[in-house]
Design a protein around this ligand. Sequence first.
Ligand SMILES: [Zn+2]
Length: 402
Amino acid sequence: MSEKRLTQHLLLPELRFVKHHHRKRNQYIECIKVSAFEVCPKCATKSSKVYDHRFVTPRDQPIRNGSVTLKIKKRRFKCQNSYCAKVFTEPVSGIRKGFRTTQRFRSCLRDYSSKYMNLKAVRKDLKVSSSTVYKAFYEQIELELRKSANEWPKTIGIDEHSFNRNVKGHSREFVTVFVDYTNKRMKEVVLGKSINDLLNSSIIDIKGRENVKNVIVDLSPTFRSFAMRFFPKARLIADHFHVVKLMHPRLNELRKTVVDDYQFPKSRKNPINKLIYKSRRKLRHHQKRVIHEFLKFNDELRELYFFQQRLYRIYQVRGYKRAKKALFSLLDDMARSKFKKTRSYRQTFFKWRYEILNYFCTSKLNNGRTEGYNCKAKLIQRCAYGFRSFPNYRLKLLYHCR
Ligand SMILES: [Zn+2]
């Protein structure tokens, strides 16, 4: 490769190579800008009258792990408009005014920061200050995210997770995440989980609310009423997993009372602990017999266990009509129960009946992706040993979940 071609790759587009020297692994490249004239920033008159010179030394992207510093001899021009006569320094594209690093060095910092465990390691490797890494990282992420800002997609999922402790109130703060199922990425992160928090947040600026056709929520009344108000044309879908696990706590409670009353061994290895939640379809013959014997000890447990099994079977059904028939017959039977807790579960299912059934008109949409991103969010929090600033947390989450 000729020297000219080589320097074209090394330097920024407007610069010309002059001299090079190195100390250990640090490269110093002297260069100048070549242009016939410059435009005055005050009055926009062309000027070619050089007034004097200045040297600037911005950091550039490293080559083979060695740092690179550009030494640019910049010309200062005097405006040829006699009414203006401003003295100004020529700008160089690729270096923002007042910055001592090139833009490509900053985007390189972003790549390092997203790959490394923490920002401290980046600081050590690239030999820059913490504040430079910190500022460049979040600034570059924001630029990157601005490129992909678009409208609401067809399908979204909503869920919340804890963020950090509120210093004043000692209570946990929560963030709500909106996941884009169409493009498989996180759409927006909002601080708080109440309706007011959601309605007064940045999501109102995103256009195309009427595009949203499916909203997947867990069994949270807040998210349901929010989704009904905010996405009036959307169909709400209750998440399969949250519906199925609703009765599990009561099942466990009753199982414990039986174990206590009849003094069964309390070992963790007791097979009943796990078998009682399993679908009967997956049990072997001898396991079914064990369960059958165990259920004889408590009437409520036996009743709830068979309701739970019917609920599992509803999700095996194909087609909306069949599922509707099965669900309504289950609800009718639950209403006749003499146990209070069972009737209260029946009420919850009754309130959510349409959302539960909507699952059967879609291609079995569920909240799996949203829960997956929640897991990733927790990991990001752990790696950073917690976040203080919510805006930075939001940027980092959106950048990693895309
Ligand atoms: Zn001027």
